[in-house]
Design a protein around this ligand. Structure first.
Ligand SMILES: Nc1ncnc2c1ncn2[C@@H]1O[C@@H]2COP(=O)(O)O[C@H]2[C@H]1O
Ligand SMILES: [Fe+2]
Length: 274
C-alpha cells in the first residue's frame, strides 16, 4: 500500500489520537449503559473547544463494537467536523470488509498505514488483530513490513501505532488480551535507533512511561474506562478522553491526555463484562 505524505510538515507535527469509540449500528444502542455515539460526540466537541492545532487524527482501533458497516459510516460522519485527515488501524472488535465498506466512501478517511511527515518523522500503523480473538498478535507479514519501512526510512524518527498493549496493565482479566508477541516487535525495533514511541489503545486507560528507551503511550477510550490494577473486570468513572501529541524536529515528543471535565456517560458499574 502507498504511503500518505504531508510534505510541508517540517516544524512541530501535531496529532490527535482517538481510540476505542465502540460505535454501534444503531445510534440509540448502548455499551454497558453508555451511548457510545453520544460520548464520542462529547469528545469531538471537546477536541473542537481545545486550542491544539492538530494536523491529522489517528484512530487506534475498536472503532465499532458490533462490526457493522453502519457503525463505521457513523464514525466517518461524526469525525467530519474535525476536518483533518483521519487514519485508522484495526482493533479486536473491528472487521475488515465492514470497515472498508463503511469508511472508504469518505475522502477524509485515509486507509494508508505509512504516514510521512515532512523530512524528519514517520508513523507506522500496525494491524495486531487476530480474527475472533481479543488478544493481539503481529503476523510475520506485519513484522516484515515494519522492518522494511524502518530500513527504507531509517533516517526518520518513528512513531509506531497499534491497537493492543505491548506492556501488561497489572489487571489479570485484561492482560490475557495483550499483544502476544511483543518481543518479536521489540526485537525488530531494537535494530533501528530512531524509533521514539509506541502508541496504543485497547486498555481504556492512560499510560505514559519510558520502556527500553521508547515512550510507551496508551489513551482513554471515548466511551467506557477500565480501572487500572484490578484483577477482575472493573469499570472506572474517569471521564472520556483523547490524546494530543507534538513531534519536534529534533525527535522530542510532548504529549498530554485530555479528558472531558466530567463524566456525563457513566456506565453500569454492576456489569461484569461484555
Ligand atoms: N469480564 C471479562 N473478562 C475478560 N475479558 C473481558 C471481560 N469483559 C470483556 N472482555 C474482553 O476484554 C476486552 C478488552 O477491551 P476490548 O474493548 O477490546 O474488548 C473486551 C472484551 O473482548
Ligand atoms: Fe480492544
Amino acid at each position: 500500500m502507498e504511503s500518505y505524505s504531508f510534505p510541508d510538515l517540517n516544524q512541530v507535527i501535531k496529532i490527535i489520537q482517538i481510540t476505542d469509540t465502540h460505535l454501534l449500528a444503531n445510534g440509540d444502542q448502548e455499551l454497558l449503559g453508555v451511548n457510545t455515539a453520544k460520548s464520542f460526540q462529547a469528545v469531538i466537541d471537546g477536541i473542537h473547544r481545545g486550542e491544539f492545532a492538530y494536523d491529522f487524527i489517528l484512530a487506534t482501533g475498536d472503532l465499532a463494537q458490533d462490526q457493522c458497516s453502519q457503525a463505521y459510516t457513523r464514525f466517518a460522519e461524526m469525525v467530519k467536523p474535525l476536518e483533518k485527515p483521519v487514519f485508522w488501524l484495526e482493533g479486536n472488535h473491528d472487521i475488515q470488509p465492514a470497515m472498508y465498506q463503511g469508511l472508504t466512501p469518505f475522502p477524509q478517511i485515509q486507509s494508508e498505514k505509512h504516514i510521512l511527515m515532512g523530512e524528519k518523522w514517520q508513523v507506522l500503523l500496525l494491524d495486531s488483530h487476530i480474527p475472533t480473538l481479543s488478544k493481539g498478535e503481529l503476523s510475520q507479514d506485519q513484522l516484515n513490513w515494519l522492518a522494511r519501512k524502518l530500513e527504507e526510512y531509517s533516517e526518520r524518527f518513528t512513531l509506531i501505532a497499534l491497537h493492543h498493549n505491548i506492556l501488561p496493565t497489572n489487571s489479570a482479566w485484561l492482560d490475557q488480551h495483550s499483544l502476544a508477541n511483543s518481543e518479536a516487535l521489540t526485537t525488530i525495533l531494537a535494530q533501528f535507533s530512531k524509533v521514539k514511541a509506541i502508541l496504543y489503545g485497547h486498555i481504556h486507560q492512560e499510560v505514559d512511561r519510558f520502556w527500553l528507551g521508547y515512550r510507551v503511550l496508551a489513551t482513554p477510550s471515548t466511551c467506557i474506562q477500565f480501572k487500572p490494577n484490578c484483577d477482575r473486570f472493573t469499570l472506572d468513572p474517569m471521564p472520556q478522553g483523547w490524546r494530543e501529541i507534538s513531534l519536534f524536529p529534533d525527535g522530542n515528543i510532548e504529549t498530554t491526555v485530555r479528558r472531558l471535565n466530567e463524566n456525563n456517560f457513566l456506565p453500569n458499574f454492576h456489569a461484569t463484562g461484555y
